[in-house]
Design a protein around this ligand. Sequence first.
Ligand SMILES: [Zn+2]
Length: 144
Amino acid sequence: MADVHDRETRSFNMSRIKGKNTKPEMMVRKFLFANGFRFRIHVKELPGKPDIVLPKYKTVIFVHGCFWHGHAGCKYFVVPKTKTEWWLNKINGNIRNDQKYHALLLEKGWKVIYIWECGLKPGNIQQTLVNLPPEILSSKDELY
Ligand SMILES: [Zn+2]
């Protein structure tokens, strides 16, 4: 498809993503869909079962919870005071898996994008999604 069409669909209507749906992954999916992107979700055939796959752009997106994936330096990543060791093992395991999947995906030629849950909080979401993937939203000037 010609890029002309994509440009038109990129006239982003940010109000569309400020809705009541707070599930982070749904917010990203809605945003992409509303802007003309077509994607697959929870693709089992790829390492880590990426949340969103954009085949046309050979790009996968993971929407990560800050706690479960140990978002470094994030205020939403607070290790519980009880069973601390157990939690840290769990979270470090997730981080190790994420790194492993990342490497495998890169090996297969995929681009990998992570969207953190904190970036989708009210007040942050606009910035996060507009800044999304430079390789996808190739001309950011059009977004403003
Ligand atoms: Zn975070």
